[in-house]
Design a protein around this ligand. Sequence first.
Ligand SMILES: Nc1nc2c(ncn2[C@@H]2O[C@H](COP(=O)(O)OP(=O)(O)O)[C@@H](O)[C@H]2O)c(=O)[nH]1
Ligand SMILES: [Mg+2]
Length: 319
Amino acid sequence: MSVEKLVEGILSGKRRELARLISLIEDEDAIASEVLSRLYKNTGHAKIIGVTGPPGSGKSTLVTRITTEYRKREQSVGIICVDPSSPFSGGALLGDRIRMQEHSLDDEVFVRSMGTRGHLGGLSRATSDAVRAVDAFGKDVILVETVGAGQSEVEVIEIAHTVIVTDVPGSGDDIQAIKAGIMEIADIFVVNKSDLPGADKKVTEINAMLDTDQKMGTWRPPVILTNGRTGEGITELVDMIEEHFAYLASSGQLEARGLRRSREELEQLMEYKLTRELLSTLRGRPEYENAIREIALRREDPYTVAERLITEFLVKCRE
Ligand SMILES: Nc1nc2c(ncn2[C@@H]2O[C@H](COP(=O)(O)OP(=O)(O)O)[C@@H](O)[C@H]2O)c(=O)[nH]1
Ligand SMILES: [Mg+2]
């Protein structure tokens, strides 16, 4: 499929072309960057919501429920799922699959799970590119589901405007897990499975933890009780997402965030391309290979050589 056809297809709302682009993104195909570069000006309209938390805490169920609520509010929805254990990627319980089907017939909902092949760093890059593709496609809201565990999930979640961290009643150890890094990224806490014993206790625990948080800004993350099975608390949750977005806009953080992300992305791309460019011109050159030998023989040191090579490169660039 040509770049032209993909760009036009996506901008005119063709799901097949969007699905194709996401596959190209996953394969790190060069065409994907070309298409994304063409689509960039059409992005930046979607509200991006990250949902993270331990496996089995009800993320996929909540994502489905949130989608239903946004459809009621006449917003179109995209779902990107980075949870390998997710119903969207096949590990479904029958009930979840049936619930998702209601959306699979809805043209205003696009669901896609990301393959877990490749490196996790690559996965987070691929996820943000996929979100960008869905954004250009024109979805009003994009939900990104990831398992809350390592650093890569934290990175993935950085693309979201609003981060929802899910938890369930019981298991006091969870609180420790949350403290270890997920805590700081939460804009909204959800205690799901409110039908299970200990739900109120969990809410109190999280609130107590928030009380001791020194680094908290002007937004105190609310803790919301939900029941994924009945849908209780979902209206309140979506109201809170909207409130958080309005807060970001009115506090100037939305704009600041946009600038920060643009800078990070540009600098990451330049770093990558510059390094690749520099190394491809140096590798194989006798003086370069010789310098490496000299370093190994302790007749040169890598600090000085790196400094010299970069200075030489920059001087050449300025000529
Ligand atoms: N009892 C109870 N079970 C729930 C609730 N929400 C979701 N579940 C169930 O919890 C299981 C895991 O849910 P899932 O959405 O797949 O969790 P995920 O791994 O975080 O995406 C499924 O069997 C759901 O039906 C809830 O509010 N109460
Ligand atoms: Mg899931």
